[in-house]
Design a protein around this ligand. Structure first.
Ligand SMILES: [Zn+2]
Length: 141
C-alpha cells in the first residue's frame, strides 16, 4: 500500500459581519464563496470582507459619540481655566469619557477603515488635552 501524501491546504480564517443577518461570523478568506452558518445565506467572500471594513460596529459608533461628548467637556474645561475647580471637574469628566472611548475604539479597530483610526486618534488627543488642562488648573489653585 502506498501512502498518500496529504497536501495541507492553507486557510485564513477571518471574522466578518454577515451582510444578511449582521452576525459576526468566521470565513475562510482563501475561498471565493461561503455560507453564513446562522442564516444560511450564501456570500462572496470579497464582498463580505469589504462590507465589514466599511460598516462600523455599534461599539465603534458608541466610541465616536463618547469621544465627541468628551471633546465638548474638554473644550468647556479649557474655557473655564479661570475657574480652576470647574475646569478640574469638566476635564475629569472628559478624561473619564476618553477612558471609555479609547479602549472601545481599539477593540473595534477592524470594523471600519477610516472611522476606527479617526476615533482612536481623536480619543488620544482628547486624553492628552484633558490631562494638560487638569494639570494647568491644579497648578492654578
Ligand atoms: Zn447571516
Amino acid at each position: 500500500m502506498r501512502k498518500k501524501k496529504k497536501s495541507k491546504l492553507k486557510t485564513a480564517i477571518i471574522s466578518v459581519y454577515c451582510i444578511n443577518c449582521g452576525l459576526k461570523i468566521q470565513v475562510d478568506s482563501t475561498k471565493e464563496e461561503g455560507v453564513c452558518y446562522n442564516c444560511k445565506e450564501a456570500f462572496i467572500t470579497g464582498k463580505i470582507v469589504e462590507h465589514t471594513k466599511w460598516n462600523a460596529t455599534p461599539g465603534l459608533t458608541a466610541a465616536l459619540i463618547i469621544s465627541c461628548i468628551a471633546a465638548g467637556f474638554i473644550i468647556m474645561s479649557f474655557f473655564m481655566l479661570i475657574l480652576p475647580l470647574a475646569s478640574i471637574s469638566f476635564s475629569i469628566i472628559g478624561l473619564f469619557l476618553c477612558a471609555i472611548s479609547l479602549p472601545l475604539a481599539i477593540v473595534n479597530r477592524r470594523s471600519h477603515i477610516t472611522m476606527a483610526p479617526t476615533t482612536i486618534i481623536l480619543s488620544s488627543i482628547l486624553t492628552c488635552a484633558s490631562i494638560a488642562i487638569l494639570i494647568v488648573s491644579i497648578v492654578n489653585i
